[in-house]
Design a protein around this ligand. Structure first.
Ligand code: SAM
Length: 230
């Protein structure tokens, strides 16, 4: 993967960035996403935010080597603190982090959002708490998908602030749109997850002193997944 050839995962994320957007890519690492989108003529400006020094330097290098310093600003910052009011950001991407981390970044930085930005999120696990945050903060999920690459299941969730929205517990767990679409990748992910959860339940039965709440949670999830796949 590089700034010219994105992974399938980042290429799918890129496909949801609106033409003409001013993008904040938070946790940008090498800044491949904003640089590729700039080369494709999709975005007009970007901020690449990084909290860690090594990826921050990597992002600076990619931007410099592509001669895009005038269009892409690289900032060493924690989460949405990379966004400044004058940036006029219209889309925010947070990719390749756990769903809880993405949720925490959104929650602690929400004062930096004006509510008009499209959020393009690619959590690695922890999708349920992330969807919960979206619902509680009045973001409607506009698009979501599962994709399988390099033996991992990745989810992409695109959301915009729309006013109050209500999702059921199952919708928060599986994704409201994915439950409807039931794509082959989605079904395959949940078949794999079901096998894992069933193994976990057997281990719980063999182990002593597993908290009852934990057993109940996994049992409920196995029921939901079985119903979904049925
Ligand atoms: N977004 C890229 C992608 O999807 O390929 C890079 C993903 S990399 C696994 C996660 C990056 O997020 C790391 O470079 C890490 O330093 C950065 N990161 C983690 N927490 C962050 C935070 N609170 N603010 C900014 N960057 C963060």
């Amino acid at each position: 993967m590089n700034q010219h050839t994105l992974s399938r995962r980042l290429a799918q994320v890129a496909a949801h960035v609106p033409v003409g957007a001013r993008l904040a890519d938070i946790g940008s690492d090498h800044a491949y996403l904003p640089v590729a989108l700039m080369h494709q003529g999709v975005i007009t400006a970007a901020v690449a935010g990084e909290v860690a020094l090594t990826p921050f330097h990597a992002a600076e290098r990619t931007v410099r080597e592509n001669d895009l310093q005038a269009q892409i600003t690289v900032r060493l910052a924690n989460g949405l603190a990379a966004i400044e009011p004058g940036d006029g950001i219209t889309a925010v991407s947070l990719c390749g982090m756990g769903g809880e981390t993405i949720r925490d970044i959104l929650d602690s930085g929400k004062a930096r959002l004006n509510g008009q930005e499209r959020l393009i999120l690619q959590p690695n696990g922890g999708e349920q708490p992330l969807r919960q945050w979206l619902m509680e903060n009045h973001y409607r999920i506009l698009f979501e998908e599962v994709l399988h690459e390099n033996r991992f299941d990745y989810e992409i969730i695109v959301a915009e602030r729309s006013g109050p929205v209500v999702y059921s517990a199952e919708q928060l767990y599986f994704g409201p749109l994915q439950m409807q679409a039931c794509s082959p990748a989605f079904i395959a992910k949940w078949q794999r997850t079901l096998r894992r959860k069933q193994t976990t339940l057997v281990q719980f039965q063999q182990a002593h002193a597993v908290p009852e709440q934990k057993v109940q949670d996994v049992t409920r999830q196995v029921q939901w997944i079985t119903q979904l796949l049925g």
